[in-house]
Ligand binder design. Structure first.
Ligand code: GCW
Length: 837
């Protein structure tokens, strides 16, 4: 399915400001000098307004006009040698007597034939035809004018998106603004963005969106909101995108006034039958239900001692007559009170709960399984549940929302991470059993399967809050169609469509993106010890202590000498035994466990030697320095694209890369301070705890400022920051610089809290050389979950490049508090060329 780009031509840049709303469907004019042969008209074989084939005709017209400036006419009949004909195979046969398609097309599949100016795009259904039109446009927009003739079919029928949008308009783990669907308990009246979203999704062949959060609110299915979500389905329909809903298991009580929500109770069954009927009356092509039950406090069948299969089949039965399906989440686990219990392990939960029920789920139920056994961490092994449901449909749950992965404020291109799971061979019954073949239904010959991605688009013009994060959404769709697609080639298609054909732009974004997940892993959490975010608060910045001694079971079991979860059968939680024998054996043995999952499966001393020849602790030290350095290099890489990308998007991305560079150092230092402190083992390279270019704010001469002990200690350099004496006063911190005269990048680390916009000035010998306001979280410039404390989430760096300094100069920082923010400062650093610290 991957198409080679055969025709490149010099890029003569016309760089017009863009806000990102068009994402990869910009249809930007191609540079002069191409040799495109275009159809002279469009024949769309269905002209009824809401049909995807009609949409396809319009889209072709719009796209070709945008890219080439020609406006083609659209008709629904006729046959011209140099036209683009689009329709289903059946429509084509009806119109022209026979069809050129001899390949087997499956549901949503299409056949594309481009022969110079004669183009035929035929879908198995109308949705497939629309996919084909987008594919042809994608070729044209990338300057690919090859003749092609091929059929393509989806890897699996379920290619869904889960939106965690709440009825009040907020989005759970939303970092790109409020919901495009809901506000104040209702569906919004203006659904323009919802329609634009459906357009983007159909271009990447996503076929359904569950619009509300899995922590569902029963009001979503009250009569008014059923009409409301019906309007969403109406704007989705022309794009072939179906609507699905998450359900609150207790709705029979909350909405239906019943005294129970027992899944076997006749009244409860009747309630759900009635709701389902109401939904299908308004939305005849309704896709199905998504259910999070008995999970993190949500109600479910276990409350009534019924099985999870009883819960799933309740919905499966009532929705079956309408052709709908039930996505039942495997994210079911109990809180674990006692970390001291060496055998306790949240990772065991999914298999413990679901394996005994294999074969008991109805055929229209799909068990939706998060990629790893815990929760969207930077590195996890494939969930063993994929190897434990041989008679049950399964789907993988991915997260485009970067909840634990930098919240769209750090560049992290996710497909390489996803591929570690999808390309993992579980060796069920000692046979090749790649996760990707399990979820498509191929491996165990299941009728249904596929994937769902949690996507948190919001009202922000960039959709996800970040232009570069959109490659993850694009790639999700491409992979869900074909899990063997190459991550880098997908990225390059996206880059050409999003930023144009300049080779430097493509190469640079490729390099940055492909290096981004390894870098994030390096500076967040290594060797399978999870991301080390603050899991009790924002899930954004570092706070390794929060993983242990909590009921959430994301333990690392770090103590003074050792770290890691012993998940062996012989001595630990037994988790490794949930895999089929060949894989279980590999993870059971420390010698055959790959380094990158060592601490997931084994509890070892910090001095344990890795296969790489380093100790665990030295690996931590080196990896964190390496990761932070890579993230810092992204800034210069991005800057090299100035003038090659429109200023609006260039500046927006630059701002984020600068933030990431600073925050990567916060991550590096927090994690390393923590493990250095707990283990007492020095860094062999002498870096940790040694920062010769820094001046701690607390060691400066303070007036109107006081010392403040930061918690967690590792979030501040030297554990201490300074804050103004009151929340409305000014403070100054002064020092005489004892550095060799020269030119330095002058950076200041401060804390940007939610609820205040302190202002700062930097003066050199009384002359102001820089100023800023600590407002990036308050004005939503970065969409991550904010913090009201001085911690690893709020720790931020600002850099003033190329400042000439003379030995003996006086440096003064003036901070004016505002709101809850007492102008907090951590340190100043004067960086000679090439030094990152
Ligand atoms: O990762 C956790 C999130 C919750 C989420 C839950 C889930 C919607 O922190 O916000 O709830 O997973 O996937 O159900």
């Amino acid at each position: 399915m991957m198409l080679k780009l055969l025709h490149y031509f010099p890029f003569i840049g016309l760089v017009v400001a863009e806000n990102g709303l068009q994402a990869w469907l910009r249809y930007a004019p191609l540079p002069q000098g191409h040799n495109a042969r275009l159809p002279s008209s469009i024949i769309a074989l269905n002209s009824s307004t809401n049909s995807p084939v009609n949409t396809a005709g319009q889209e072709l017209q719009k796209g070709i006009q945008g890219i080439f400036g020609n406006r083609l006419s659209i008709s629904s009949i006729g046959k011209a040698p140099s036209s683009a004909v689009i329709g289903t195979v059946a429509q084509f046969q009806e119109a022209f007597g026979s069809s050129p398609v001899h390949n087997q097309l499956e549901e949503d599949g299409f056949w594309l034939s481009v022969n110079g100016s004669t183009v035929q795009i035929l879908g198995q259904n109308e949705r497939g035809a629309l996919y084909g039109a987008f594919e042809y446009l994608s070729m044209l927009a990338q300057g690919n004018f090859s003749n092609v003739e091929y059929a393509t079919n989806p890897a699996a029928p379920v290619r869904w998106i889960n939106s965690w949008d709440n009825m009040d308009g907020s989005i759970t783990r939303g970092f790109g603004g409020n919901s495009i669907f809901f506000a104040d308990g209702h569906v919004v009246s203006n659904l323009t963005r919802a329609a634009e979203y459906a357009r983007l999704l159909s271009s990447i062949r996503v076929n359904a969106v569950v619009v509300n959060d899995v922590n569902a609110n029963f009001t979503t299915i009250n009569p008014e909101n059923i009409q409301g979500v019906g309007r969403i389905a109406d704007v989705f329909r022309p794009y072939g995108v179906q609507l699905g809903l998450s359900l609150d298991f207790a709705s029979p009580m909350e909405l239906g006034n019943l005294s129970t929500y027992d899944p076997l109770d006749p009244g409860v069954i009747a309630f759900w039958g009635d709701i389902t009927q109401q939904i299908y009356a308004r939305i005849p092509d309704f896709a199905g239900y998504l259910v999070k039950a008995d999970s993190e406090g949500t109600p479910g069948p276990l409350v009534y001692n019924r099985t999870l299969a009883d819960g799933a089949n309740l919905f499966a039965n009532v929705i079956k007559p309408f052709g709908g399906i039930v996505m039942y989440r495997a994210f079911v686990y109990n809180q674990l009170p006692d970390e001291g219990d060496w055998k306790a392990d949240r990772a065991n939960a999914a298999v413990d709960f679901f394996h005994p029920l294999d074969g008991q789920f109805d055929d229209n139920v799909i068990i939706q399984i998060k990629y790893g056994p815990i929760d969207f961490q930077v590195r996890e092994p494939a969930s063993p549940l994929f190897a434990n449901l041989l008679e049950t449909n399964t789907a993988i749950e991915l997260q485009v929302a970067q909840e634990y992965l930098g919240q769209q404020c750090h560049l992290v291109y996710l497909p390489p991470l996803w591929r570690t799971i999808l390309d993992f061979d579980l060796r069920v019954q000692n046979q090749s059993s790649f996760v990707r073949d399990v979820i498509t239904g191929e491996r165990f010959k299941r009728p249904l399967g596929g994937s769902a991605a949690v996507v948190n688009v919001g009202l922000n013009d960039t959709w996800l809050g970040s232009h570069l994060a959109m490659s993850n959404l694009y790639a999700y769709g491409r992979l869900a169609w074909d899990w063997t697609s190459d991550s880098e080639m997908i990225l390059q298609d996206w880059t050409r469509l999003t930023f144009g054909l300049d080779k430097t732009v493509i190469d640079t974004i490729t390099q940055m993106s492909m290096a981004s997940w390894p870098a994030y892993e390096n500076y967040s959490g290594n060797l399978g010890e999870q991301t080390l975010n603050d899991i009790l608060y924002t899930h954004f910045g570092p706070n390794p202590q929060t993983l242990d001694n909590t009921v959430w079971g994301q333990w690392t079991r770090a103590d003074h000498a050792s770290i890691g979860m012993d998940r062996t059968v012989s001595n630990g939680t037994g988790f490794s035994g949930q895999y089929p024998p060949e894989v279980a054996e590999m993870f059971e043995d420390i010698e055959t466990t790959p380094d990158n999952l060592l601490l997931w499966f084994h509890h070892v001393n910090y001095t344990q030697m890795l296969k790489s020849g380093k100790t665990v602790i030295q690996h931590f030290y080196d990896a964190h320095y390496e990761g932070a350095e890579t993230a810092n290099n992204f800034v210069a890489m991005w800057q090299s694209l100035k003038g090659k990308i429109d200023d609006e998007r260039f500046e927006d991305v630059l701002f984020r890369q600068v933030f990431q560079a600073g925050h990567a150092i916060v991550w590096r230092d927090s994690i390393l301070n923590f493990y250095h402190n707990i283990s007492g083992i020095p860094d062999g390279a002498g870096r940790v705890g040694h920062h010769p270019f820094r001046i701690e704010a607390e060691s400066m001469e303070l007036s109107g400022y006081q010392r403040y002990v930061v918690s967690p200690f590792e979030a501040a350099s030297n554990a201490i920051a300074i804050v103004t004496l009151t929340n409305s006063t000014t403070g100054t911190a002064t020092t005489v610089l004892n550095f060799t005269s020269g030119v330095y990048d002058l950076a200041v680390n401060y804390f940007d809290l939610y609820g205040g916009n302190s202002s700062y000035q930097v003066l050199l010998n009384q002359k102001m050389i820089g100023q800023w306001v600590g407002n990036i979280v308050d004005i939503g410039k970065l969409g991550h979950t904010p913090s009201i404390y001085l911690d690893g989430h709020s720790a931020t760096r600002i850099t003033f490049p190329q400042v000439p300094i003379k030995k003996g100069d006086t440096l003064k920082i003036v901070g004016q508090a505002n709101g809850v923010e007492p102008a907090p400062l951590d340190y100043v650093v004067l960086l000679p060329a090439g030094v990152i610290d």
